[in-house]
Design a protein around this ligand. Structure first.
Ligand SMILES: C[S@@+](CC[C@H](N)C(=O)[O-])C[C@H]1O[C@@H](n2cnc3c(N)ncnc32)[C@H](O)[C@@H]1O
Length: 381
């Protein structure tokens, strides 16, 4: 840890202390390769690692009610903790589950060779704006194969892995992706926007070999090995209502909710949702323009966390800087838990040095971007 725990003076004596510094950096601890799946507004694995290390022991249970790509559950598993996660978007579990118990590379290669990607399948012609016709035929054949395996109950861990990798390869900005040059992989643009990108760059989608790209990415993901076997459970559920999770069964929560209406999760994930057979528009993502509505939603989340977290357990709740720093979401989080059995311990403000990649993708200290992580840490009474 590089930071000194220096409380920031605050006018309101009721608020818990702020600690600021660089608590974790990408350099400090290299993230495990299995984390390398792109997702909108994901946090770095160093964030959950920091709290898992301090507030749990091996065998304890760590939960993320807004798990996204699954940074918290995967990091928990890598550190020998039981992993529980939920997300309202069914896409999440498809991205998370396969990486907790990956199949061997040889089994992946064998399956990729066995799937007939020349099989005829319904072709979505409008996707030709992203793909070469032969690549699109392979993508549609793979999608049809996976949906048929799912429907027949034959789907197994190797299929799950292949689907997870394919989801991360659908669109991107380099020849490592199935598509012609597009936005970063966590943000599928609309058909109209892609047509504009193509016109501006004078590009037509080149041929890509779907099976070859999946195998290459699998090799990269598996290069650091696999997590130890741990208990794991993932749910498609709203963070406000998780009857699947037993009372007082969780030792630590590390999570990050949608920040007001800043990120368009449904729009950004439309193509990934199509691939798994889900209409993204039907997923009830929490989007709140008004701060009081967001705070009421967070209060409902904390009420559910009060049920699932054991007395003495902890909740680390990350929020970003939004609306140019004018809105301090951490104060809303503190208000949201006010009448619930949680004792606020402090707010950690992790100051990040921006990487070149983040800058080139337009993340900066502006109205839309977030350049500090603010984590409200509380203990269940
Ligand atoms: C900031 S992202 C979480 C990213 C995650 N920390 C990671 O590293 O990938 C917020 C997530 O909340 C999910 N979400 C939105 N509304 C939800 C709700 N009501 N209940 C559970 N998840 C929800 C979104 O689908 C999205 O995956």
């Amino acid at each position: 840890m590089t930071a000194a725990l220096a409380p920031i003076p605050d006018d309101d004596s009721q608020t818990p202390p702020y600690w600021t510094g660089e608590f974790w950096t990408a350099r400090q601890r290299q993230a495990h390769a299995l984390h390398e799946v792109s997702y909108r507004a994901c946090f770095k694995p160093q964030l959950p690692a920091y709290f898992i290390e301090r507030h749990t022991a091996p065998g304890d249970t760590v939960y993320d009610p807004f798990m996204g790509r699954g940074t918290t559950p995967l990091q928990s598993a890598l550190m020998g903790r039981a992993a529980v996660g939920a997300d309202i978007n069914p896409l999440s579990a498809h991205l998370v589950r396969p990486r907790l118990s990956p199949p061997p590379l040889a089994a992946i290669a064998e399956r990729l060779a066995a799937i007939d990607l020349t099989a005829s399948a319904p072709i979505r012609e409008d996707l030709l704006v992203f793909y070469h016709p032969a690549t699109l035929a392979q993508i549609c054949a793979l999608r049809a194969y996976l949906l048929a395996r799912e429907a027949s109950g034959a789907r197994d861990a190797v299929d799950d892995w292949i689907r997870m990798v394919a989801l991360g390869r659908l669109t991107g900005h380099s020849p490592g992706f199935f598509s012609v040059y597009s936005m970063p992989p966590n943000q599928a643009v609309s058909l109209q926007s892609q047509a504009r990108i193509n016109a501006r760059r004078g590009q037509t989608p080149p041929y890509r070999d779907v099976a070859d790209l999946i195998l290459r990415k699998s090799r990269a993901l598996l290069k650091d090995g696999v997590p130890p076997p741990v208990a794991a459970a993932f749910h498609v559920a709203s963070a406000t209502h998780t009857p699947q999770i037993a009372d007082a069964s969780v030792d630590l929560v590390v999570t990050s909710p949608p920040f007001l209406d800043v990120v368009q999760y449904a729009a950004d994930n439309w193509l990934r949702c199509w691939f798994i057979g889900v209409d993204a528009a039907t997923v009830d993502i929490a989007m709140h323009r008004r701060i009081e509505d967001w705070t009421a939603f967070v209060a409902r989340v904390y009420a559910e966390l009060a049920r699932v977290v054991r007395p003495g357990g902890h909740v680390a709740f990350e929020v970003g800087e939004v609306r140019g720093g004018k809105v301090r979401l951490e104060t809303q989080v503190l208000a949201a838990m006010h009448s619930l059995p949680f004792e606020p311990l402090g707010v950690l403000v992790n100051e990040q040095t921006f990487t070149k990649t983040a800058m080139c993708w337009g993340v900066s200290n502006n109205a839309k971007g977030t350049n500090t992580n603010r984590i409200v840490l509380a203990r269940r009474r």
